[in-house]
Design a protein around this ligand. Structure first.
Ligand SMILES: [Zn+2]
Length: 70
């Protein structure tokens, strides 16, 4: 059975070919360990104030906007 990388969601190769399990690669493993957290933080702060846009991106929110009042 193939496991899925918790970081990028891609299928992770079997242990015999992949010593980074449960991640798909050493790169994703590093992300999980927080080694790239600093970089992630910089990206996140550049979107400061866009929280409402992230919510509108969810399917549920879109559905709500189509709701008509009687
Ligand atoms: Zn991955």
């Amino acid at each position: 059975m193939m496991s899925t990388c918790p970081i990028c969601g891609r299928p992770a190769a079997p242990r015999s070919q992949n010593n980074a399990l449960p991640f798909c690669s050493a790169r994703c493993k590093q992300v999980d360990l927080g080694e790239w957290l600093d970089e992630k933080y910089r990206i996140a702060t550049s979107y400061d104030g866009d929280a409402s846009e992230a919510i509108a991106d969810s399917p549920n929110a879109v559905e709500h906007s189509h709701e008509e009042k009687p």
